[in-house]
Write a protein that binds this ligand. Structure first.
Ligand code: HEM
Length: 513
């Protein structure tokens, strides 16, 4: 009897816990049901239901988020486009395109039609007084900022700025040629990824902040550069969290305090550098002199906007150029035939290193073809910058897309589709010498984007890349340090930007230098 009483008493004592467990099961059951029903709705009833794509990705956004954080989104998208075709639904409300016609429809300026704006989840504004940026989604602010900075990127400004670019490339060459510990060298092994990063950031720092980061001089990355090199992973985290607005408030708990402090210090360092350059009364040839002149008349840009946009331009101008050059150098050392033909063109054109300038490298057909082929195989903007279809919907590639859908042209996938390019995974610069529309669809090739948001620094990027490649191949015979170190550029991870692996090459002074 006592035993029964005891077990009855303990059952009573357990009953709140059992009720709690039951309630918990009920709630998690209900939540799972909602998640399943939401997935089923997305696949069966959603307005995008007729677009093909991997079932789990069409049902929920989670696989997309996981892939972004694994750094393999570019490879997954390529697989999907190979399987499902030129338009793939990669999330309940997102379509990915590889058909060249999508460039004009999504990014082009179409008079009389509403624009496809930049997707706000990528460029969210955290406070109302946060400065506007040229990379931001606000079309009005963008148009104003684009006008303010336009003169700094004109053909004429590039001519004025060329001596600055040449001076840093000269410094790079001197550093690479320098003796090691006082001894002349015959062969020298260097990591080219590191050195092109140094030169690209030093040039960008000078043209925007008025001072170099001194990466070439010191042989190491400046703290400002070190922080922005990890920027892609941060942007990937923020952009995916922004997809789930209630999670946004958790950001401050997710980001470790050390990283948060690093971000604050970095912002302050950028602001101090920007203020220093702006206070300088000078006519030096850089991005700021023409912009300041315009702004003195129009007062179009606030102090905070100066600070934010100068940092953006430093980053946009260096990471992209450094990535592309890293890709081109890797392709060259892995393709000796192309390297030989390019070296022959460069050494046959110039009579000495002094002849190699921004202006004189503009007319080398094979050099230009090599750069374009590098931009195709190793696109700096790996994953398309998404846009949003305007209210009321619009047509992309002849198919109706409802308003609010995210749409993007994905360059890595598009450039490696055999329906766009013959032997799409091979490095064949010749395809750019005499493009044959039967084998290569050049409408798919827009490495600098299209329309009002297309790259403002395109001329500068080509100028820098031509000069660096020409000077390097004129002065050095370059080969892979380890002949087994061969792989496809796309094998690397990409967190919005490429997570670049080293490129160890052996340099030997050429007979020309
Ligand atoms: C190989 C080098 C480069 C590549 C592949 C590249 C690519 C791109 C692309 C695809 C866009 C369009 C983004 C969008 O559609 O939302 C863009 C925008 C931009 N790029 Fe570049 N870029 C390069 C170099 C540069 C350089 C050297 C600078 C400046 C010095 C620069 C500054 C910018 C800026 C400010 C924007 C935003 C333009 C706007 O929204 O009006 N880029 N770039």
């Amino acid at each position: 009897m006592k035993g029964v009483q005891d077990s009855g008493a303990s059952l009573i004592a357990w009953s709140p816990l059992l009720t709690g467990i039951k309630l918990g099961l009920l709630i998690s059951g209900a939540l799972s049901l909602i998640v399943i029903l939401y997935g089923l709705y997305n696949v069966i009833l959603h307005p995008l239901r007729r677009y093909p794509g991997p079932p789990l990705w069409r049902a929920w956004r989670v696989p997309y988020v996981i892939s972004i954080h694994r750094g393999n989104m570019h490879r997954r998208l390529k697989e999907f486009h190979q399987k499902y075709g030129p338009v793939v639904r990669i999330a309940p409300n997102e379509l990915s395109y590889t058909d060249g016609a999508a460039w004009k429809d999504i990014y082009g300026n179409r008079p009389g039609q509403l624009p496809f704006e930049r997707n706000r989840t990528w460029f969210v504004k955290r406070t109302l007084d946060q400065a506007q940026s040229i990379m931001g989604p606000d079309e009005e602010a963008h148009a104003r900022l684009r006008r303010v900075f336009a003169n700094a990127f004109s053909e004429r400004s590039l001519r004025d700025q060329s001596p600055v670019i040449e001076c840093y490339v000269e410094a790079l060459m001197n550093q690479l040629k320098s003796t090691s510990f006082g001894r002349q060298w015959k062969d020298k092994t260097v990591d080219l990824v590191q050195w092109v990063n140094f030169v690209a950031f030093d040039i960008s720092g000078d043209l925007s902040f008025g001072e170099s980061f001194d990466c070439i001089k010191t042989g190491k990355a400046h703290p400002w550069v070190e922080v922005v090199n990890g920027f892609g992973k941060g942007l990937a985290l923020v952009s995916t969290i922004n997809l789930y607005p209630p999670m946004e408030s958790l950001l401050k708990y997710i980001i470790p305090p050390k990283i948060r402090q690093q971000q604050i210090d970095h912002r302050e360092m950028s602001a101090a550098k920007a203020r220093k350059r702006l206070a300088w009364d000078t006519d030096r040839p850089d991005f700021i002199t023409p912009t300041k002149k315009y702004n003195d008349q129009k007062s179009a840009i606030s102090d905070k906007e100066w600070e934010l946009n100068m940092s953006i331009i430093v980053f946009a101008g260096s990471e992209t150029t450094a990535s592309t050059l890293s890709g081109i150098f890797r392709e060259l050392v892995q393709n000796p035939g192309v390297l030989h033909r390019l070296t022959h063109e460069i050494r046959g054109t110039f009579n000495g290193e002094r002849d190699i300038t921004v202006a004189s490298t503009g007319r080398l057909p094979y050099l230009n073809a090599v750069i374009n082929e590098g931009l195709r195989l190793c696109p700096a903007v790996v994953i398309g910058v998404p846009r949003v279809v305007p209210k009321g919907g619009d047509t992309v590639c002849g198919q109706w897309v409802p308003g609010g859908t995210y749409v993007a042209f994905n360059q890595f996938s598009a450039n490696r589709m055999s329906r766009n390019f013959h032997h799409p995974n091979s490095f064949i610069p010749e395809r750019f010498l005499n493009p044959d529309p039967k084998t290569d669809d050049m409408s798919a090739f827009q490495p600098f984007g299209l329309g009002r948001h297309s790259c403002i620094g395109m001329k500068h990027a080509y100028a820098e890349m031509r000069l660096i490649l020409a000077r390097m191949l004129y002065s050095f015979d370059i080969a892979l340090a380890d002949q087994h170190d061969r792989w496809d550029w796309g094998d690397q991870q990409a967190f919005i930007f490429w997570d670049k692996r080293p490129l160890r090459v052996t340099l030997r002074r050429s007979s020309m230098s």
